[in-house]
Design a protein around this ligand. Structure first.
Ligand SMILES: Cc1cc2nc3c(=O)[nH]c(=O)nc-3n(C[C@H](O)[C@H](O)[C@H](O)COP(=O)(O)OP(=O)(O)OC[C@H]3O[C@@H](n4cnc5c(N)ncnc54)[C@H](O)[C@@H]3O)c2cc1C
Length: 430
């Protein structure tokens, strides 16, 4: 039996923000394409986040240029469902050719002729190009130190929804980036005893001198940073838009009841041990915070801006007990810890993309999303072209670059020399 193949120039895999941005720019370039999404548009925003999650950036910033959040304070932080609705509306705005509920199983390069054969749950496609827009945060990672202990409820932050989901008792939250710190704060406010394991982090001020930190990172050129500062590749960023947005200050959170501990080291005999790096991690985070205030002050002075001074932003909180005398070991039973939330990040994987576009560690090989395998593209990956690449506003600009590249390739592919043009004219006349 011969399988009928559908043909299209470009296939985009994934209809999150990256796939939608890609589709918008391909549409503008007149590139015939289809977007296949195994779930629904913006599914990760819809069901892959905890209930109370709001955007980390204000509505004026965390959006695409072509549409504002309707009836929403531009300085406010939209909730996860509002963001999902926003992307659905955005896709509708330009009739994005999205087929939802279709999974891409396999992509292989054609032999002896250009393009790729794509196996999907709605049949086989023959395409000239494939854009992987399957997300920067795909597979939740739980480190191998996680104890094998049936008495403990252990989940990744990707599967956390709300405090009621966890059994009674204290909670250890491992990881204090934006996810870990927000979850720890929510649990603490819900009356849970919380231990928060804090590693190296950056913690920009939520706002300083009447400007949100996203504005400061923009005007200071920090969103455009092209590669992570050496030694800071694994440094997470602790920010939140929850409760209207506030600056993450770990000492302040500890005064509010959260027990801070250093990096989680090991679990053995019902005990957990922590590294003695808590104070160092907090001090480095403070240095990062103060460096941004200094850079902001210098920018204001250099440009003669009239923005109110904010000396209280430099207030130093006294060391809480858990910082003055860091906990290095905890007996899980004695501490009443019944749950562990692993806010330890995600990894990227493309098992369906069976082409020569990955290095020996399985990392995509690309330059600004244009992969080492001609005709294969990536969009939405962290640091694809710069720091902003995996974020809502950043991916839109990367997608434009990739669509430009595709349009240029198509121009080369469409070129015919004089004899070919003559033959085509003769065929048309016949
Ligand atoms: C907790 C959390 C909070 C965040 N908050 C913000 C924020 O406030 N502001 C901000 O700018 N960024 C934020 N981000 C970062 C980023 O914006 C999101 O991760 C965003 O979802 C990434 O969009 P994406 O389109 O690249 O990937 P995704 O949203 O992950 O979309 C990828 C899509 O591909 C589909 N897919 C995967 N494989 C296949 C396949 N084989 N076939 C078909 N479809 C497939 C998936 O179903 C999915 O819908 C946050 C990230 C996390 C984890």
């Amino acid at each position: 039996m011969t399988v009928e193949k559908k043909s299209i120039d470009t296939l985009v895999v994934g209809a999150g923000q990256a796939g939608i941005a890609m589709s918008e720019h391909l549409t503008a370039q007149g590139v015939p394409h289809v977007v296949l999404e195994r779930n629904r548009i913006a599914e990760q925003w819809r069901t892959g986040r905890w209930d109370s999650l709001v955007a980390n950036g204000p509505a004026w910033h965390d959006r695409f240029p072509g549409l504002e959040f309707e009836n929403f304070d531009p300085d406010g932080f939209p909730g996860k469902d509002q963001i999902a609705d926003y992307f659905e509306a955005y896709a509708k705005k330009f009739n994005a050719p999205i087929h939802a509920g279709v999974e891409v199983h396999k992509v292989v390069r054609n032999q002896g002729h250009p393009g790729f054969t794509v196996e999907t749950s709605e049949g086989v496609y023959d395409v000239q190009r494939v854009v992987a827009a399957t997300g920067p945060f795909q597979r939740p990672v739980i480190p191998p130190i996680a104890p094998k202990d049936d008495r403990l409820t252990q989940i990744h932050s990707a599967h956390y929804r709300n405090p009621e989901q966890l059994p009674e008792g204290a909670v250890l939250v491992v990881g204090a980036g934006s996810s870990g710190v927000q979850i720890a704060d929510e649990l603490n406010r819900a009356g849970r005893k919380v231990y928060l394991s804090v590693g190296p982090h950056d913690r920009p001020p939520r706002a300083y001198r009447n400007r949100d930190f996203v504005w400061w990172l923009g005007v200071l050129g920090q969103w455009d940073q092209e590669v992570a500062t050496p030694g800071k590749e694994h440094v997470t960023i602790a920010v939140t838009g929850a409760r209207g947005g506030y600056t993450i200050n770990f000492r302040e959170l500890a005064h509010q009841g959260i027990n801070l501990v250093g990096l989680t080291h090991a679990f053995e005999d019902g005990k957990v041990t922590f590294k003695s790096d808590l104070v160092q991690n907090l001090n480095n985070g403070d240095a990062n915070y103060l460096a941004l205030l200094d850079a902001a002050d210098a920018y204001i002075e250099r440009n003669g801006l009239d923005l109110p001074e904010e000396p209280e932003a430099r207030k130093v909180f006294a060391d809480p007990e858990c910082v003055a005398n860091p906990i290095l070991e905890l007996d899980l039973d004695q501490a009443g810890i019944n749950s562990i939330i692993w806010a330890t990040g995600y990894t990227v994987e493309h098992p369906w993309l069976q082409v020569d576009a990955f290095d020996e560690r399985g990392k995509p090989k690309h330059q600004r999303g244009v992969s080492a395998e001609p005709g294969v593209y990536f969009v939405g990956l962290p640091w694809l072209s710069r720091r902003g690449s995996s974020f809502i506003w950043g991916v839109w600009h990367d997608a434009r670059h990739i669509a430009d590249h595709i349009a240029t390739r198509r121009k080369y592919e469409a070129y015919r020399d004089a004899s070919q043009r003559e033959r085509e004219r003769e065929t048309a006349r016949a």
